[in-house]
Ligand binder design. Structure first.
Ligand SMILES: C[S@@+](CC[C@H](N)C(=O)[O-])C[C@H]1O[C@@H](n2cnc3c(N)ncnc32)[C@H](O)[C@@H]1O
Length: 651
């Protein structure tokens, strides 16, 4: 392995090959920029990718399709990848990745490996080590199992240029998102093309061909480039993939990869008629059999999840819109208090078009709203290399600074981040609605003095609630905000966000590490916990429970999250998660004197309305007085659920 790796390194450093490898990076950085500006990287749904014909042939593919592209342990051993050695081995390999293409492959491999071996849901297994820096990509990032964590390892170690980083990111994001589609393409349209297999060794040619997880990852990254990066020449894709195949698996597998990809180049044509090639944006999704037949392959989601969405929505167009939205580049929104509308940073950002007032929100219709919502314009003409901003949009804020170009717009963007809170319009609307509902029900016999947030980090909802209560006068008597969260790293961000909320003094906000489901009280700097539910006395006027969830409403932001929504997850990890959500809501109801805000960023009824109704059966003194489920949409809204639970009998 070491010697072939050295050879690979030497090869890409030789002048003759440098041209090809660098071409891949350099050409993307300038050729693709106009394309990115127009379409947004990664925004192309499978309907407009290079495989429309393939998709047209998915008829008959059943939901929950299981492809025989799974690794056997002996093949994993041959490929040099052993799942039990990860993540450290994988981390080392990532740190050594020479090119963006290699880094993308290794990051996708890790992600695929994680999904193949574990099933964990964000936040439920979080570290409570508050000393860990959230910015340094270390082992804790690996345990969080985010694709971005793997890319961060490479980025930290190799310091790639912005263009290289962007390339690695877009390839790996699309490879992970489109896993189901790519497996299908490989299985049905590449592996079975017998005539193109002439150069493939006889042993590999069998119908029982199996790929290791790692080999699958390599082919997925090739397909991600082929499908979504039209301007990367096919020979460049073939060259870089074959080189990686040689390095990691030897000549035999490289020949196989070569045959597969050349086949793809040859027959890809017949999957994409001329008309569609010239006018990809105008390609229209053909009607599909309803409810979920083949939608999971076309849009690349676990079949069982698509079936659940279809059962909830009972409308094909809406299901397709939701699935498409999950494959788009997510939008970034700032929630800016109305009293800051005239600040220098905001004026400057509006002037150069970095921020655009968002009038698609219901908030803009209300004079009583405490904030305005602004969208970051990904096509901002004044930012050099706007493609980087598009790339940045896929990520959380930690990475933005890295991804933005060195221009005055970058400084401005940093200032906006320091001053204002990034929050999706759905969350801002849900908090606004909840608070309005609360205000409508409030009466003089009730006092609003103490607010508790059981899953508080990074504090977006807490600060929004504070700002609303302050502006509406409902919070005039407020003395204390208590926040608890299991994740010490994320708690640090609450302190940053408190500074951004005008009037929210640290003097009356108390945050601590703890389990929300056993929280009792915050006393003298300590979180008091007790798992026994019965002894709890209601001591907070409003309790917010914004619980950890499947993230099924924000799948565009989390490329790997959809693969935690498989049949197996619905049988094991998700019931465990629902049980945690149930415990959190139960504790919230026990602690609340008047009201509970229950929220998730999931669109699954089992985590939202279903769960609330079932928990309320144990609490006759509370009623479900308002709820809203928002689906992820193509305008940039996240999906999520919000409910107001109201104690109708006063203590
Ligand atoms: C959806 S996020 C909360 C977002 C936050 N309310 C906001 O608006 O910024 C869920 C949070 O729950 C935390 N969490 C997970 N399990 C928990 C538990 N058992 N007790 C308390 N917090 C938990 C996670 O660390 C994560 O920060």
């Amino acid at each position: 392995m070491a010697s072939s790796k050295d050879a690979y390194r030497r090869k890409i450093n030789q002048n003759s090959d440098l041209g090809v490898m660098r071409h891949q990076v350099v050409s993307l950085s300038f050729i693709a920029t106009p394309f990115w500006r127009k379409n947004g990287i990664g925004q192309r749904s499978p309907a407009t990718c290079r495989f429309p014909k393939v998709l047209g042939t998915t008829k008959g593919v059943k939901r929950g399709l299981v492809l025989p592209l799974v690794a056997t342990s002996s093949q994993e051993a041959r490929s040099g990848v052993n799942a039990s050695e990860l993540p450290n081995r994988g981390a080392d390999r990532l740190r050594e990745a020479v090119t963006a293409r290699e880094a993308a492959f290794l990051a996708v491999e890790q992600s695929l490996m994680q999904n193949a071996t574990t099933s964990d849901v964000e936040g439920t297994n979080a570290s409570t080590d508050s000393k860990m820096s959230r910015d340094s990509p270390n082992a804790s990032h690996l345990s969080q199992k985010f694709l971005l964590s793997y890319l961060a390892l490479w980025s930290e170690a190799r310091k790639p240029s912005r263009a290289e980083y962007a390339l690695a990111k877009i390839i790996s994001f699309n490879a992970v998102r489109q896993r189901m589609l790519f497996d299908y393409v490989l299985q049905t349209n590449v592996l079975r093309e017998r005539e193109a297999m002439d150069s493939v060794p006889r042993r590999i040619k069998s119908d029982n061909l199996r790929l290791s997880v790692s080999q699958r990852a390599l082919l997925h990254t090739a397909l991600a480039q082929y499908a979504f990066m039209e301007r990367v020449p096919v020979h460049t894709i073939v060259f870089s993939t074959v080189e990686l195949a040689k390095t990691y698996y030897g000549q035999r597998f490289a020949s196989f990869v070569n045959a597969i990809l050349r086949n793809l180049a040859r027959y890809g044509e017949k999957w994409m008629p001329e008309l569609e090639r010239r006018r990809p944006a105008e390609y229209i999704v053909r009607p599909l059999p309803f409810p979920e037949d083949n939608l999971n392959v076309r849009y690349s989601y676990p079949g069982v999840f698509v079936a659940k969405v279809a059962n909830q929505l009972m409308n094909q167009e809406r299901v397709v819109a939701f699935l498409e939205a999950g494959n788009l580049t997510p939008q970034i929104f700032f929630r800016i208090p109305c009293q800051f509308t005239d600040t220098a940073e905001l004026r400057a950002a509006l002037e150069i078009g970095l921020l655009v007032p968002w009038d698609g929100s219901r908030l803009s219709e209300s004079a009583a709203r405490p904030w305005n919502i602004y969208r970051v314009d990904l096509n901002c003409a004044d930012v050099d290399g706007a493609g980087d901003l598009v790339i940045a949009a896929n990520t959380d804020r930690v990475e933005w600074a890295h991804a933005l170009p060195d221009t005055s717009a970058k400084d401005l963007f940093q200032k906006l981040l320091q001053k204002f809170i990034v929050q999706n319009v759905t969350q801002a609307e849900h908090i606004y609605d909840l608070c309005e509902q609360l205000r409508a029900r409030w009466n003089q016999r009730r006092r609003l003095e103490r607010v508790l947030d059981l899953c508080t980090a990074p504090g977006g909802k807490l600060t929004a609630v504070f700002e609303y209560l302050q502006k509406s006068g409902l919070g005039d008597l407020l003395t204390e905000y208590v926040g608890v969260d299991l994740n010490g790293q994320r708690l640090q961000m609450v302190h940053e966000n408190i500074h951004k909320a005008p009037g929210m003094s640290k003097g009356r906000v108390f945050v601590g590490i703890g389990r929300g489901e056993s929280f009792v009280e915050y006393q003298s700097g300590f979180v008091v916990q007790n798992a026994d539910d019965r002894s709890i006395v209601p001591s907070f006027d409003l309790v917010i429970a914004d619980v950890p969830c499947t993230n099924s409403g924000v799948l565009n932001r989390r490329p790997e999250a959809r693969w935690r929504l498989s049949e197996r997850d619905f049988a094991t990890a998700i019931p465990r998660l629902i049980s945690l959500q149930t415990s959190l809501l139960t504790r919230a109801l026990r602690l609340s004197r008047h009201a509970v805000f229950y929220m998730t960023c999931s669109i699954l009824e089992a985590e939202g309305s279903g769960l609330v109704r079932s928990v309320l059966e144990q609490f006759p003194e509370f009623e479900l007085s308002w709820e809203r489920l928002t689906y992820t949409d193509t305008a940039g809204r996240d999906g999520g659920y919000a409910a107001l639970l109201w104690r109708h009998q006063e203590n």
